[in-house]
Design a protein around this ligand. Structure first.
Ligand code: PEP
Ligand code: MG
Length: 557
């Protein structure tokens, strides 16, 4: 690093390097602050002025929707609808009829909806950015200003923003926008989704991004989550070229996943239903399913599906991978995955509440019926002793009770390692069950006491945290002692360098989104098992998350 370099760090959500001048999104308009009440006779014309502006914005967004395709078209059309939404226009018109200027009314009407959406929470709360985006477009139109948001560059740039609204990101041209960095947002925000779809490097939650001036050349590293100013041009371009070669290798990679010295690695897919399993089987080199999240089949189910209906649904996943390993997880309902028919009453702290196995054990018959359905589906598919695991296990007694229910039905019992208690008592737990699957998403959340959904805490909810790596080692070591498999099915398995470290720690399978498999395969084939083991040893000696990443990157290339 040269002495004039400045690095801003955020959360990397799409890996890869990009180097180009920074281009900040155009400022949002500042409406005139007026408390003057409009004269009664001017109000009808002001309502018409507001309606004309919202119609013009809606029309422009619709035209862009027609010129786009796929997700971009859907997002633009949805935003166009918001601009002319009857409820919003009515609320603003009412305010104007009470004497407010159109710009003031647009702001106040939007805030009414923002408050409502925020109260509802979840997906509705995520639409707040869209609402405010529409408000700003309409205000700019009212003030005769250019539309705020993404500039139209005449040379490739890296787009910088506080946050991007869907309408900003939809229709971006990846030959002109080489990367995206936002000050806010999280791994599941619209920005991340669109960047993933475009395949351009993306970093979110970069708190100090304002330190990067418009127009300055920057190097974005989407896996480290960094933005660096002042990198010598040749150095930056070498990184971008190497990255292009890596992306080409990913596009053309074919399995099986193995290290450079030919050690096969069991790489599996995470799926949520039959359609997802079929897609994984058709489009990836997955050798089976390492995590079937059954709760995701029932997110809108008001009543518990019958055993026969459940068996039909689970059977689709067995059918997608005939003769291959399929690990079914029993309902992980609660917290961030509410399942209406199973959920517990409102809790102050749902991530620490009655979720996963706690819900099942307290809901008479729910778990038994699900296990019956899994056994039925396996029998129909000709699978003997299917792998079944329980989420959120915290005590040896829970593991024993779960294993007993599995044994009664000829199912192979395993548990997720998500609660640190399981890693700490790994030998005792493995005496009860036949395998572990480490859920690094929750294991990190609970080890670091940091909500996995929180964007400001992204640095803590990083599975590269040394404490998390040591817990993984404890689980892997216990597996080796007991001669039982220990897989990883959290997001950590999908991060190429971390996947190598996990192999070095002795993890016996890696399960991830099917779309992540090729990148992990390419990384694995570039290193030997010994290199993975050395990287594992080195990260275990680290005290900070920055060190674990840096030493692994150095040893794994
Ligand atoms: C995990 O916690 O890492 C995991 C795989 O489970 P989920 O993400 O479904 O909670
Ligand atoms: Mg989990």
């Amino acid at each position: 690093m040269s002495s004039s370099e400045l690095t801003v760090t955020g959360t990397g959500v799409v890996s890869g390097f990009a180097y180009a001048p920074a281009a900040w999104t155009r400022e949002r308009p500042v409406p005139p602050s007026t408390t003057k009440t409009l004269a009664e006779e001017d109000r009808p014309a002001e309502v018409e002025r507001f309606k004309a502006a919202s119609a013009a914005v809606g029309q422009r967004l619709s035209e862009r929707a027609s010129a786009s395709s796929g997700v971009a078209a859907e997002v633009l059309a949805a935003t166009a609808n918001l601009a002319t939404d009857r409820g919003w226009v009515r609320a603003a018109s009412k305010l104007i009829n009470n004497g407010a200027a159109a710009e003031t009314a647009a702001t106040a009407a939007t805030e009414q909806f923002v408050e409502m959406f925020t109260k509802v929470g979840g997906l509705m709360a995520e639409r707040v950015t869209d609402l405010r985006d529409v408000r700003d477009r309409v205000i700019a139109e009212l003030m005769g200003l250019p539309e705020p948001g993404v500039p139209t560059p005449d040379q490739p740039v890296i787009l910088l923003a506080d946050d991007l609204a869907p309408a900003d990101t939809a229709g971006l041209d990846p030959s002109l926008i080489l990367g995206i960095v936002t000050r806010l947002g999280g791994p599941t925000s619209h920005t991340s989704i669109i960047a993933r779809q475009l395949g351009i490097p993306c970093v979110v939650a970069a708190a100090n991004l304002r330190a990067v001036p418009d127009g300055s050349p920057i190097l974005v590293d989407g896996s480290a989550g960094t933005v660096t100013l002042g990198v010598p041009v040749e150095e930056a371009e070498a990184k971008v070229h190497a990255d292009e070669a890596r992306r080409r290798a990913i596009r053309t990679w074919t399995g099986p996943a193995q290290t450079k010295d030919g050690v096969l690695v069991d790489v599996l897919a995470n799926v949520q239903d039959g359609a997802g399993a079929r897609l994984a089987a058709e489009t990836s080199e997955a050798r089976g399913v390492g995590l079937f999240r059954t709760e995701l089949c029932f997110l809108s189910a008001q009543t518990e599906p019958s055993v026969a209906e459940q068996a039909r649904i689970y059977g689709e996943v067995f059918a997608a991978f005939p003769g291959q390993k399929v690990v079914v997880r029993t309902l992980d309902a609660g917290s961030d995955k509410p399942v209406p028919f199973a959920n517990h009453e409102h809790e102050e702290n749902p991530a620490l509440g009655v979720r996963g196995i706690r819900l099942q054990l307290n809901n008479p018959g729910l778990l038994e019926r699900q296990l019956d359905a899994i056994a039925q589906a396996a029998e129909d598919a000709g699978v003997d002793r299917p792998w079944v695991m329980a989420p959120m296990i915290a005590t040896v007694d829970e593991a024993r009770a779960f294993a007993a229910l599995c044994h009664d039905r000829n199912l192979k019992p395993g548990i997720m390692v998500e609660v640190p208690a399981v890693a700490l008592l790994a030998d005792e737990f493995l005496a009860e069950v036949e395998f572990f699957s480490i859920g690094t998403n929750d294991l990190t959340q609970y080890a670091m006491a940091a909500d996995r959904m929180s964007s400001p805490l992204a640095n803590l909810t990083d599975p590269w945290q040394p404490a998390v790596l040591r817990l993984i080692k404890m689980a892997a070591d216990a597996g080796r002692r007991a001669g039982k498999p220990v897989g990883v099915c959290g997001e950590a398995a999908a991060a190429p360098h971390l996947a190598c470290v996990l192999v070095g720690l002795g993890v016996t399978s890696l399960s991830m989104a099917a779309s992540a498999i090729a990148a992990v395969g390419v990384q694995l084939q570039s290193v030997t098992l010994e290199q993975c083991q050395r990287a594992a040893e080195a990260v275990l000696a680290c005290a900070t998350v920055e060190q674990t990443k840096a030493v692994a990157a150095e040893l794994l290339g």
